[in-house]
Design a protein around this ligand. Structure first.
Ligand code: FAD
Ligand code: SF4
Ligand code: SF4
Length: 490
């Protein structure tokens, strides 16, 4: 955001000042003093050590650091940061509570907008959303809103013993298909309003991508498990290992329940479509990450699912999923190369993830894309022939395309992980002809309510947008839950 957009010009910022919350009355600090406080750095495991374990890399703020960081917030009367948050969290209000040393109160403010603050504080693309709009960022570094959210969310997880108020039973039954962030949001909100909610999921454990996609070193499973336990405490039932559209039809759910929510995500991987993709050693990122994160293949044979990782691994793509796959493969002992047909400027991965991957020794081959996978006589992948690409001039939309230079490079690899994004799984639209979808299979919903073309059936999250973000999925879950409640009580 520019100064013009912020609506005022900021004064020059003098040198950094030290603030000790133990001896300074933070509330009395003037804006000019607050702006001298440097953004607090978050401790991380050292790269050398962390590539040998799956424990969380970023370790969070200490209580003291959190109060100092909170004191950087100017408590703007028109907080532009809030405009950058897809669910409109009252950011100055929760930060003020942290500054005052009341992190659980901050957590309760967050919970009014987002059911999973510990999750969003860790994985939200803050630098493109709330923090991108923070006025402090006009001249210096923005307030670390995401890290403060993580701190407050964790304080609530550690200390919360009281369950939120639950309305008396309404006698209405709701089925939620998909236990990812969208479905869990709907389940929590409707259970609190007194409805009997049952969540169905094809996987053995609830959490969706939070559990099987995003690795432990970014988002510990214990956080997702704690949130699921809180939902069970509200009376939400979970029916796992149940693929709706096969084991149970959508029509059956519509008959047995008063309303249905579809939060089935976008889990159908895109492939390269090149020769050799059927060789042994070729994984989609979804399969690879599910084996490692959900089935704990890193602990094979103590856990039943193996994963085969060669000495050389190539990950194709450069979004968050690619970074997660590359860093998992690194932790399994491989030499990992990311091959991306564009340049670093076009990567959609969070900057922090890219930096962490680079620190961990992952090799990046920008402007390279595999065009043929070559195997040995036993059908195992041996090497990948890559085309060297170049960027074209920006088109009318400002985006740069790529073209093949004709140059080739053969890279050794026994494992390749394809991370090119995912489409919506066509199973439900195929088995329920009345469910309207667009190209790519995304389910069409009413903008205001999230209701699909089937009356009483709502949808939200990646199934209506294609692959997006956790906070957007939760925001759409919130929208649908409000509309479903209104319908159920009409
Ligand atoms: P999902 O989380 O996909 O959950 C859908 C659930 O539905 C799954 O559990 C699935 O088993 C179940 N399901 C599907 N079909 C059926 C069926 N027919 N019957 C029963 N159950 C079914 N976003 C961020 O904001 N930050 C990040 O850092 C980030 N990193 C990511 C890393 C990876 C590896 C991936 C894959 C995604 C990442 N995302 C990230 C995107 C984010 O995770 C998704 O946008 C979000 O999880 C979508 O939530 P959802 O509830 O719509 O679906
Ligand atoms: Fe920022 Fe995401 Fe939190 Fe909103 S949910 S305040 S965008 S970190
Ligand atoms: Fe203002 Fe930034 Fe604080 Fe938001 S986080 S209220 S934009 S200083």
């Amino acid at each position: 955001m520019s100064e013009a957009e912020a609506g005022f010009a900021l004064p020059d910022i003098p040198a950094v000042a030290d603030v000790d919350p133990a001896t300074t009355d933070l509330a009395s600090l003037k804006a000019s003093q607050r702006m001298k406080i440097p953004r607090q750095a978050m401790a991380c495991q050292e790269p050398e050590a962390r590539t040998r374990n799956f424990r969380e890399v970023a370790l969070g703020f200490s209580a003291e650091q959190a109060r100092i960081e909170a004191a950087r917030c100017l408590q703007c009367k028109t907080p532009h940061c809030v405009e950058g948050c897809p669910v409109g969290i009252d950011i100055p209000a929760f930060i003020k509570q942290i500054e005052a040393g009341r992190p659980q109160e901050a957590g309760r403010i967050l919970k009014a907008y987002s059911p999973l603050p510990s999750v969003c504080g860790r994985v939200c693309p803050q630098e493109k959303q709330c923090e991108a709009r923070c006025v402090v960022g006009v001249r210096g570094e923005p307030v670390a809103i995401g890290r403060l959210e993580r701190f407050a969310g964790d304080a609530l997880l550690d200390g919360e013993t009281l369950l939120p108020d639950v309305a008396p039973p309404t006698g209405k039954r709701v089925a939620v298909v998909g236990a990812g962030p969208a479905g869990l949001t709907v389940a929590g909100e409707l259970a609190r309003k007194g409805h009997k909610v049952t969540v169905f999921d094809a996987f053995p454990k609830p959490g969706g991508v939070l559990l099987y996609g995003i690795p432990e070193f970014r988002l510990p499973n214990a956080i997702v498990d704690a949130e699921v336990r809180a939902l069970q405490g509200l009376g939400v039932g979970f029916v796992m290992n149940t693929l709706v559209g096969r084991a149970l039809s959508l029509a059956e759910l519509r008959k047995d329940y008063d309303a249905v929510f579809l939060g089935t995500g976008a889990g159908l991987p895109k492939m390269l479509g090149i020769p050799g993709e059927d060789l042994k050693g070729v994984y989609t990122a979804n399969e690879f990450l599910t084996r490692v994160n959900l089935m704990r293949a890193d602990r094979f044979p103590d856990h039943g699912t193996p994963v085969t990782v060669g000495k050389h691994v190539i990950v194709v793509g450069c979004g968050n999923t690619a970074m997660d796959a590359a860093r998992c493969a690194k932790r399994l002992g491989a030499e990992v190369t990311v091959a991306y047909r564009r340049s670093v400027a076009e990567s959609t991965a969070r900057r922090e993830e890219l930096e962490h991957a680079m620190e961990e020794g992952i090799i990046f081959r920008w402007l390279h894309t595999p065009i043929e996978l070559i195997g040995d006589e036993r059908g195992w992948l041996r090497e990948a022939s890559c085309a060297v690409m170049e960027l074209t001039e920006p088109g009318p939309d400002g985006r740069r395309g790529v073209r093949d230079t004709g140059e080739r490079l053969v890279l050794p690899c026994e494992t390749i992980i394809i991370a090119l994004g995912c489409a919506v799984n066509p199973l439900l639209p195929r088995t329920e002809s009345g469910l309207r979808t667009l190209r790519g299979g995304v389910v069409v919903v009413d903008e205001a309510t999230g209701e699909t073309s089937l009356p009483g059936v709502y949808a939200g999250g990646d199934v209506i947008t294609g692959g997006a973000t956790v906070i957007l999925a939760m925001g759409q879950g919130h929208r649908a839950a409000e509309a479903m409640h209104a319908r159920l009580m009409a």
